[in-house]
Design a protein around this ligand. Structure first.
Ligand SMILES: O=C(O)C[C@H](O)C(=O)O
Length: 280
């Protein structure tokens, strides 16, 4: 059994909240630049140039890429041989978010109550997802999630008879309904399978996977390519002004499901698909 002080998580999460908000992952930057090279419309090219200039400024001046610094989604893969000591794990995670958003001068975007509102003032609570894995390490990923795009996400509980075509049509429906609202070019995270709740989590996890990777199952890897091409043929384009680049990536995550169902969730992210990981 390896003892891990929870204060180490506080320190790491503080750092990851700031870094994730200021520095876009290389695979995302690369995907945006590749799409810029393929565009021929003047407006689309100009918007993608602005997006590239924006993330370069954020990198060089250590400022947030977007005014929406998001809800702090914290994913923990906890080795089963880890024993947390020195305090309450949830409190330690929230303290990391509190310090990150305060010391990094990041916008506090969380309200105390979904209906009656009232800002919590420190961007807590974090959305915490834990998974127990073999080993004695803790893998921490912070993915700040903006809500212009979160609001455009959807889930549908298909009957199996809807088949693959039902899923393909649903992905296109969600992207088309989103239109310019999630600040395209977007990243499309798709979850298929599990239960109602697990399916939504799969879609969110799909957004954390590098855009230059594929689902390990060739069937779903091909579906990722096919659907990305179809999404880009919708012509929504950068910021919704038309063009070839509606999405810079489309990742699919799946898991087994019940014989009577085929849940599908589509979690939309804007081009600011941020996440930072550290293993302790
Ligand atoms: O909350 C915001 O700043 C805006 C939001 O992310 C949006 O896309 O409009």
């Amino acid at each position: 059994m390896r003892e891990v002080e929870v204060s180490r998580l506080t320190d790491v999460i503080e750092k990851l909240c700031i870094e994730a908000n200021e520095h876009l992952p290389e695979d995302v930057k690369c995907a945006i630049k590749t799409c810029r090279a393929c565009e021929d419309g003047e407006i689309a090219k100009g918007i993608l140039d602005n997006i590239i200039e924006n993330f370069d400024i954020a990198d060089n001046e250590n400022v947030p890429i977007c005014q929406d610094t998001g809800m702090a989604c914290v994913f923990l893969e906890i080795g089963q041989d880890v024993h947390f000591v020195g305090g309450d794990l949830t409190d330690a995670i929230n303290e990391g978010v509190r310090r990150g958003y305060t010391n990094g001068y990041l916008r506090k975007s969380v309200v105390k109550d979904p209906v009656r509102r009232g800002n919590t003032g420190d961007n807590t609570p974090a959305m915490i997802y834990t998974e127990i894995v073999p080993g004695d390490k803790v893998k921490i990923t912070v993915g700040p999630k903006g809500f212009g795009s979160e609001n455009m996400s959807m889930i549908r509980m298909f009957k199996p008879s809807a088949g693959l075509q039902g899923i393909k049509d649903f992905i296109l429906e969600v992207v088309e309904t989103a239109g310019p609202n999630p600040c395209p070019p977007m990243v499309v995270g798709v979850g298929i399978g599990g239960t109602f709740d697990k399916c939504a989590l799969l879609a969110k996890k799909a957004l954390m996977r590098p855009l230059d990777s594929h689902n390990p199952d060739p069937f779903y890897a091909e579906l990722e390519d096919e659907m990305l091409e179809k999404v880009n043929k919708l012509g929504i384009g950068p910021q919704g002004f038309g063009g070839k680049t509606t999405a810079i990536g489309l990742n699919i995550e799946t898991m087994p499901t019940h014989i009577a169902g085929m849940p599908c969730a589509v979690n939309i992210n804007c081009h600011v698909t941020r996440h930072k990981t550290e293993v302790i």
